[in-house]
Write a protein that binds this ligand. Structure first.
Ligand code: GLV
Ligand code: MN
Ligand code: MN
Length: 413
């Protein structure tokens, strides 16, 4: 039987073109949200939207939408992801979902498919949260979870203000976030973990996504001479930070649960070889698919910080940067994904997303789910991130099938 298919060369060509945009002097892909390099990526995406004949809309938080059949009365079906990246990123994270979304629309448009509702491809602002916290900010604002005015005032790690930066790069739009309320939202993404590859499965039907807790910890001790200060007299902020890092790892390792904990940023002051650190500032990323357990982990960390403060005679303060509860996706869309994989003879498994995604935010306002494809070696947030062309094309075709189903009102029981 001949099946509808996206154009593999067009999709793969766009992924590699976008993957070359925003490289720094060392060749690293760095398209942090609302930066000059991200502007170049946005411009390319908008050029493609226009080439495909979609109506382009940008909302106040800088989310970009390509709307097909925007005049339709029905609520739109939305597909998409993000095109901002981490530092020294791979080329697939987020971009794959956005460009596959565009590819699906272009394919359907070219064939004269008549959707019963508008179809929209979205690129949400600042999904990564590297420059401005929290992550998934554009979709969070879009879904009403964060006030747009407050979000625009967010100060970045480089001291910039998000609203100023969006205006500077020409992406401070005028539409109110949430101006299109989706009928449903589907996000295609690389898995960014090892499960699909390990099991030899081509498609993940993502049924839930774990909770995320981000905190910034500041520890204050005393700067003093590294050679003359006896260990017993030190108030060493660096050592205290190291104890927190070890506590998190040891606890996660001993717990026999899926809890994961990461300290990804750290800075010492004055940061000199022969001076005991007077201050350590670092971030903690804690995740767990179970809300009660995530709360338990946060409480255990807070208790440890209290103990540490007394034992090491250091001051400790904590700032919350992000907190998102675990999310369950729409079971009917998950079944639609499984059915599409089955129809194409592709092995599929249900799974939990370890990474945060825009779908987790949009799920607040519309039935949502995600499709995963394998990541080689489970590597992501790294230039070694890789998914085979075969898997990329297969995933985009599953998205195509799911979109056709949802755009013609199909909802499996
Ligand atoms: C987003 O990439 C995340 O941190 O999960
Ligand atoms: Mn992503
Ligand atoms: Mn990411």
């Amino acid at each position: 039987m001949s099946r509808r298919s996206i154009d593999p060369a067009r999709l793969l060509g766009r992924i590699s073109t976008l993957g070359e945009i925003g490289r720094d002097a060392e060749g690293r892909l760095v398209r942090l949200a609302a930066s000059d390099s991200e502007k170049l990526g946005r411009d390319q995406f908008v050029a493609w939207l226009e080439e495909v004949g979609l109506e382009v809309a940008v909302d106040r938080i800088g989310n970009i939408f390509g709307i097909w059949n925007g005049a339709g009365e029905e609520k739109p079906l939305m597909i998409g992801s993000h095109i901002d990246t981490v530092i020294n990123a791979g080329i697939y994270d987020g971009c794959y979902g956005v460009l596959a979304g565009l590819e699906v629309i272009q394919t359907l448009k070219d064939e004269g498919f008549e959707p019963s509702r508008p179809i929209v491809v979205a690129a949400f602002t600042n999904e990564e949260g590297v420059r401005y916290a929290p992550d998934m900010m554009g979709s969070l604002v879009y879904s009403g979870g964060l006030d747009v005015a407050a979000a625009l005032k967010t100060v970045g790690t480089d001291g910039t203000v998000l609203g100023d930066e969006l205006a500077r790069i020409g992406y401070a739009g005028t539409d109110a976030p949430g101006f299109l309320r989706p009928h449903a939202y589907v996000e295609l993404h690389i898995e960014q973990g090892p499960v699909l590859e390990r099991e030899g499965v081509s498609v993940g039907a993502v049924e839930n996504l774990q909770g995320i807790s981000w905190q910034r910890v500041t520890i204050d001790g005393d700067a003093n001479h590294a050679g003359t200060t006896p260990i017993s007299m030190r108030r060493d902020a660096g050592y205290a930070a190291a104890r927190v890092i070890a506590f998190l790892r040891d606890r996660a390792k001993a717990s026999n649960t899926p809890t994961v904990a990461t300290v990804g940023c750290i800075a010492f002051e004055p940061n000199a070889i022969n001076v005991i650190p007077s201050r350590a500032t670092f971030t903690i990323d804690l995740r767990d698919p179970d809300e009660d357990r995530l709360k338990e982990e946060e409480a255990a960390l807070a208790a440890f910080l209290e103990l540490l403060s007394a034992e090491e005679r250091v001051g400790i303060s904590v700032e919350r940067l992000a907190r998102f509860e675990p999310v369950k996706f729409d079971p009917a869309i998950v079944r639609l994904i499984e059915a599409a994989a089955g129809d194409r003879g592709l092995a599929c498994r249900r799974m939990t997303s370890g990474a945060g995604h825009d779908a987790q935010m949009v799920a607040r306002i519309a039935p949502s789910a995600m499709i995963f494809v394998p990541s080689r070696g489970g590597i992501s947030h790294n230039p070694k991130e890789f998914t085979t062309d075969v898997d990329l094309v297969a995933g985009a075709n599953i998205l195509l099938d799911v979109v056709c189903g949802l755009a013609t009102g199909e909802r499996p029981e």
